[in-house]
Design a protein around this ligand. Structure first.
Ligand code: SF4
Length: 120
């Protein structure tokens, strides 16, 4: 379950506060420190592992996450969260939603998935 960084309202204000408050646990750096208007969904480090069979042998390949169902209460037909796979010692192993603002390690994916599934 994605969750935002926990920020106390009782700490001294700092210029990085707005970025810190929109950062999800599991992102490798502050949300919004990357290119303007880009999100984790468009980054090549944001994916889930999928098992595929290659000539009868199982193999794990990076893949976009699946979509929520059409009857999901809050996020119908939306992309599910996925993990950021930039290696960083001590980084939380939590999933990040597709709409999280990109960080400074953003690397554009060649074929980013659509944010919403096409309704048939
Ligand atoms: S923009 Fe890319 S590198 Fe940065 S947190 Fe999102 S998935 Fe990770």
């Amino acid at each position: 379950m994605p969750r935002l960084l926990k920020m106390s309202d009782h700490m001294t204000a700092a210029p990085c506060d707005p970025q810190a408050r929109q950062t999800y646990v599991g992102q490798v750096h502050f949300a919004g420190s990357g290119p303007e208007g880009r999100t984790c969904r468009e980054c090549r480090h944001w994916f889930v592992w999928k098992n595929v069979f290659d000539e009868g042998l199982p193999r794990r390949v990076p893949s976009p996450p699946p979509y929520y169902g059409a009857k999901h209460k809050e996020t119908a037909n939306e992309l599910m969260p996925a993990r950021c796979h930039v290696p960083l010692p001590g980084k939380a192993r939590l999933s990040v939603p597709h709409h999280a603002a990109a960080c400074r390690f953003f690397d554009p994916a060649e074929h980013p998935p659509a944010a919403m599934r096409d309704e048939e």
